[in-house]
Ligand binder design. Structure first.
Ligand code: 5GP
Ligand code: ZN
Length: 113
């Protein structure tokens, strides 16, 4: 947990969010500035700065984080598929330094990458 991290504050309920799912290890909520009709974030409750800050012993947690996004997507309206994005570090476009997987899609086809 980090006192100043906004995502830790969301986990603690100090900042409101549109919650999709919560369990012992993860918190899932809608992005405040969606880039697609459906756009939510999957975060571990434990404060880890970025994907690059995980340890090898976190492999199971990382796998479950991605799987959880996939499991929740259909009920959020993404039964036709979705995109998963993890921005890592300033050079990777990361703005909130608590690791998160973006899950988004819906509406028109997403641009090819
Ligand atoms: P990043 O650029 O770090 O990968 O993405 C951070 C995401 O967090 C952005 O898409 C941004 O809209 C979202 N975000 C930032 N602050 C808040 C907030 O207070 N609440 C919610 N729900 N999303 C936030
Ligand atoms: Zn945090």
């Amino acid at each position: 947990m980090s006192d100043s991290c906004i995502f830790c504050k969301i986990v603690r309920g100090e900042i409101p969010s549109k919650t999709v799912h919560e369990d012992d290890d993860f918190f899932v909520f809608h992005d405040i500035r969606p880039i697609a009709p459906v756009h939510f974030l999957v975060i571990p409750k434990r404060h880890v700065e970025s994907l690059a800050h995980f340890e090898a012993s976190d492999s199971d947690l990382i796998g479950r984080m991605l799987l959880l996004g996939a499991r929740l997507a259909p009920a959020q309206g993404l039964s036709g598929g979705f995109r998963t994005m993890i921005n890592t570090g300033k050079g990777g476009g990361q703005e909130v330094f608590h690791v998160h997987a973006h899950i988004f899609g819906g509406g028109d086809a997403l641009p090819k990458t």
